[in-house]
Write a protein that binds this ligand. Structure first.
Ligand code: ES4
Ligand code: ZN
Length: 319
């Protein structure tokens, strides 16, 4: 579906298609434990968030140079633009790269080679959101924020991702406070596999302006009421929810009920190379499986710009 839209929940490392993974492996002399792209695609089958994350981190081994990150972002923007994405707020996971000996500067400046001119080359405006891995320590997150300081002109905000259960938002209170003082925008994954209380905590303790996933808010009517009242955007990822078994089948996805409840919902792709599709594919999938009409799809597209970090004049131009 090519209706103009903003993509607000997209992990750049999750856009690594098997073909590019093998091309980068060859360029960098990295050996992948898969015979070919077919066999790798077979491995793109998961039971839950953790089994997905294991493969996601394993494949990052092919990303080594600025050119690799620039090529990764370029491949994503080409696919996104073809599906109507006019603006993309892109997550990256620096700790996963720093742990492999790839410095912050290589990641950020590599991505920026592409993102810094994406409006001219792809007709897509972009923002970068640096995520902390919640299954790493709070000290590691603080070190990561420190390492990002020379690059803050490239980074709009911070996020929180990776294994959710057992790693509540409050663990990252200090780093979110420090980031706010630096003028960074704040989002966090919450209520994907974790309980509704994590959503409340992300709002109250971390001061997030937008909740990534937030699916499980539906278990708590008072929380839903609050999210509606405060107009907190949720970045839903329907195909991801099916692949990671947050919902059994797409036809049972709560998106229509969430929209009926008055929640500010957006539809996004999360890790499109792994979960079966980019932003437009997610729009197509919910239209078909959930019977969403034209008006509802337009509402989702409108919401995506409203929920973005674009300034009003930029928002008008992107739509
Ligand atoms: C992620 Cl689907 C999802 N959830 C949490 N962390 C992630 N990192 C990349 N994709
Ligand atoms: Zn995500």
């Amino acid at each position: 579906m090519s209706i103009p839209k903003a993509e607000l929940h997209l992990h750049i490392e999750g856009t690594l298609e098997p073909e590019l993974a093998f091309a980068l492996a060859a360029r960098n002399g990295v050996t992948l434990p898969y015979a070919d792209t077919e066999e790798l695609r077979e491995a793109y089958r998961f039971d839950d968030l953790q089994t997905f994350l294991n493969l996601y981190y394993e494949l990052m081994a092919v990303l080594r140079t600025e050119a690799d990150f620039a090529d990764l972002a370029d491949a994503y923007l080409t696919r996104a633009a073809a599906q109507g994405v006019r603006h993309a707020e892109i997550f990256f996971d620096p700790q996963a790269h720093i742990a492999r000996g790839v410095p912050m500067g290589t990641v950020v400046e590599g991505l920026w080679r592409t993102l810094g001119r994406s409006e001219e080359t792809h007709g897509v405006s972009t923002r970068l959101i640096m995520c902390f891995l919640r299954d790493e320590s709070a000290e590691s997150a603080m070190d990561t924020l420190e390492a990002a300081k020379p690059h803050l002109d490239r980074i709009t905000g911070i996020g929180l991702d990776s294994a959710e259960v057992g790693h509540p938002p409050a663990k990252f209170r200090a780093v979110y406070e420090a980031a706010a003082e630096l003028g960074l925008r704040r989002v966090a994954h919450a209520g994907e596999e974790g309980p509704p209380a994590y959503i409340t905590e992300a709002l109250d303790v971390l001061g997030v302006e937008r909740v990534d996933h937030g699916l499980r808010c539906m278990e708590d009517p008072e929380l839903v009421e609050r999210l509606v009242r405060e107009r907190v955007p949720l970045t839903l990822c329907p195909l991801s929810n099916v692949r990671l078994r947050a919902v059994d089948v797409l036809a049972e996805h709560p998106l229509p009920a969430m929209m009926d409840a008055g929640l500010l919902c957006t539809v996004n792709s999360d890790d499109p190379a792994y979960f079966g599709g980019y932003a437009g594919d997610n729009f197509d999938a919910v239209r078909e499986a959930l019977g969403l009409g034209e008006e509802r799809l337009r509402e989702l597209a409108r919401n995506s710009f409203e929920a973005s970090f674009l300034e009003h004049d930029e928002e008008r131009r992107a739509r």
